[in-house]
Design a protein around this ligand. Structure first.
Ligand SMILES: [Zn+2]
Length: 241
């Protein structure tokens, strides 16, 4: 079985150059991150939002999380009938309810059902044929927890760093993945809570198994690379592995 990754956005928190905020679909059914424009991007790539089986969140920064109320709004008013699973760090449900109920009162009075699964480092959870194992990464200590994920889709291993600086957990993610989606928030600017292209990504690349692929996201427009087996993801593009 192939692994399809469709990027709903690839930009860092500042949406530089008009990039959409970072998030991607796995096999058209599993949504990693809920960037603010997630609903718009799903329409743009012609995926029915009601077909999303799960949302997997890495952390609660707004560029990764604030699209959830719009998805919930669509699901409530546009005919969703099947349950959705929302995976994320501790406090995901509480935060989503506080924000969602504030901006769209009644948002959580729905018929389809939400299963919340809050995970901490080392915990695994399975939704359909997707299994994710959370790992703690190093990003913003003021948030409840910052996660990356090892993942298996029908037995095919891939991984996602979430937002993080270069740390042992990222190297471990790289070593076990056929495909690694890694954040790369800048070209050569050193940001303490992020990885950059020039200093950090070569180390991540060196940790990959020989035939594994690296996709860079959460980028700025000046992130370009000649590293082998490496792709700078583009908004609304689908990559098949
Ligand atoms: Zn972040």
């Amino acid at each position: 079985m192939s692994l399809d990754l469709t990027f709903l956005g690839t930009g860092n928190a500042f949406a530089p150059g008009g990039l959409c905020w970072n998030g991607f679909l796995v096999d058209q059914r599993y949504l990693f991150e809920a960037p603010p424009q997630a609903l718009m991007s799903l329409h743009r790539v012609d995926v029915d939002p009601n077909a999303i089986e799960a949302v997997v969140l890495s952390h609660h920064h707004g560029d990764h999380f604030l699209g959830l109320p719009f998805l919930l709004l669509h699901w409530k008013h546009r005919g969703r009938e099947t349950p959705v699973t929302i995976v994320g760090p501790p406090q995901t449900e509480q935060l989503a309810r506080e924000i969602g109920e504030t901006v769209y009162p009644g948002l959580f009075e729905n018929e389809f059902g939400i299963e919340w699964r809050e995970v901490t480092a080392g915990e695994s959870t399975t939704i359909g044929d997707l299994t994710v194992e959370a790992v703690a990464v190093e990003h913003d200590d003021r948030l409840s927890l910052n996660l990356g994920y090892h993942a298996l889709l029908a037995g095919k291993p891939f991984a996602y760093t979430g937002d993080t600086r270069l740390c042992d957990a990222v190297i471990d993610l790289a070593q076990r993945a056929d495909v690694l989606v890694a954040e790369c928030a800048s070209r050569d600017t050193s940001i303490p809570i992020h990885m950059n292209l020039v200093e950090d990504i070569p180390e991540v690349h060196a940790a990959l198994p020989p035939n594994s692929k690296l996709l860079l996201t959460h980028i700025a427009p000046d992130v370009e690379t000649n590293l082998p087996r490496t792709i700078v993801a583009q908004d609304f593009k689908k990559y098949t592995f």
